[in-house]
Structure formats: C-alpha cells, structure tokens
Design a protein around this ligand. Sequence first.
Ligand code: AHG
Ligand code: MN
Ligand code: MN
Length: 329
Amino acid sequence: MPVGMTLTKFLHEEQRRHPDSSGNFTSLFSDLVTAAKIISREVRKAGLGGIIGAAGTKNVHGEEVQKLDELANEMFVRTMEHGGHLAAMASEEMDDIIHVDGRYPKGKYVLLFDPLDGSSNIDVNISVGTIFSILRVADGGNVTAKDFLKPGMEQVCAGYILYGSSTMLVYTTGHGVHGFTLDPSVGEFFLSHMDIKIPSSGKIFSINEGNSRHWLPGTVQYIDKIKSNGREMTARYVGSLVADFHRNLLKGGIFLYPADRKSTRGKLRLLYEANPLAFIVEQAGGAASTGEGRIMEVVPGELHQRTPLIIGSRADVEEAVSFLNAPVA
Ligand code: AHG
Ligand code: MN
Ligand code: MN
C-alpha cells in the first residue's frame, strides 16, 4: 500500500484509471469528504456542545430525532448543495427530497444519505456513522422523488463514514472497496485499507436477539443452527448498523435484521442503509439479501421504504437465506 496516499490523490488517480469516472464526480466526492470531516469534528466534541440528547421531535419513521442527527443532516445539505454537481438530495431525516437551492447550479447526480446512523448510541459515546449513495440522473433540472427510486445496481458510488475509535471513510465506485482513516492532526484521510475483501465466511453473527419472540420460524431455526452446529460462532451487536457492518466486513460474518412478526417489512431503510452497504459488500466479495432476493435488484416504491437485510460473508448469507426461505417444518 502506498504510504501517505491521501484520499484526494487516490480519487484523482482512480479518475485517470477509469475513463468512465468524470471530473465532476471527483469534485462531488471532495465536497462529500469535507462534509464528513465537519460531521466528524462535531461528533468528536458532542459531549461538550450541548448537542447530546433528543431534539423533541420525531422523524418520518416516527422515531425520536437526536440533536446530532439534525445537525449532521443540516451540515450535509449545506456543504453539498453549492458544489454544482447535485440535482437534489434525499435524507433519512427528511420527508421529501431536498432540491438544491436555486442560487446554486444544478448537476447530474443525486445524493441519498443517512446523516447519522446508530443515533441511539450518541448519548453513550458509542460508534455512529454516516451512510451515502450516489445516483446519476438524466435531467438535473427536473428531478422528482421518482429519480431516487432506482434499484441499488444503478448506484455509481456508495460509502460510509464511521466515527469510531478513529474516523474512517469506506467507499466503492464499482472498482473495489477502499478504506481511508482520518488523521485529525492534518485533517486528511489517508489510505489505510486498500481493496477490502470480506472473508467468504466468518465467526461473527449480529442480530438483535431481543426480537426473538417476534422471529419467523426460519430465523429461529437458522440462529439455533449456527449456535449448535459445532462452528465457533460469536455474537456481536453494536446497534449502529454502520459499525456492525464495518466489523463484519473486515472480520467476516453475518448481520441480520430480518422481517419478523413485529417489523413485517424489516426495519432498515432500503435507499439510505441497505443499498449502499449492499453495493460495498458485493464489491468486497460478499452478499446482501432481503431473505428472498438480492437487495441490489429491489425496485423501490417509496423513498423511505424499509427492507429486511441479511448481509455479510457470501457463504454465511447463502446459508441464512436457505433457512429463511425453507418451508416451515
Ligand atoms: P438510525 O440511527 O439511522 O435510525 O439507524 C438505526 C438502525 C441501525 O443503525 C441499527 O442497526 C438498527 O437501527 C438497530 O435497531 P434495533 O435497536 O431495533 O436493534
Ligand atoms: Mn440508520
Ligand atoms: Mn439515521
């Protein structure tokens, strides 16, 4: 791995290597990196700024909004809107799409994001993250919500920023998955994880076992099986998808938030969470499924659509899906 390779330099080299990636995209990505640095700075001092805790409102999903969620959302929109590369944005925290302010030029990409994933962990100083997905649109001038309702296969870029023991940015444009770590002393992301590949199977399983009374029979049978078949499995569940996903991406394993009797369509959001992570995991050699089919092929019907998500090492996902689809004995 080249020592001291900054994200900026890496992006320019990628652009040269892949003629399909335009200068516009590289510049859009630079804006995104700036937004990531700003949110990272705010997360790092959250305990000091009076921004911990609930904002007193609920988001479109009926969940309590944390103050830092609002702040991250606002910062993302403000940093991204004047770059001239976006036609519009959609955020997990906003009911409708966000049009770029009329004062700024419009571009040919749209950005979808979960500004702060794992927000229930903010108050207790546990890793949270930002997840993003970028699509290209035909006519930036006339974007509607429909332009966002594309299957994950149409993403041109997806990634996340993890505010963990260090701040990391992991992304793919369809040419492998690369990870960068922020050096806060110089304010730059440096290449730390080149061409990440997920092990084909792993020992970690991540599921909220508190939901087990709602589980469908296939989920019960699968979890029973992996606990009792002689494989050394270990349970890990942070409750921040981005942190659970990142750990399993590097170490191998499986994360499940399946459909159950309580969350009949799953809990996680297709466009802001499942699709971007599915693009990354597939590029890393893993798999992502709804339990019935490939996440990346789901045609979304609405912006805030939820989906069951089974994601991680390919062999583990295939095994889980075979249980979820099995007829009830
Ligand atoms: P968000 O904070 O963006 O609303 O996402 C929370 C999600 C995800 O990060 C995590 O994997 C999942 O909710 C945890 O849900 P449970 O608490 O139901 O296990
Ligand atoms: Mn989330
Ligand atoms: Mn969120």
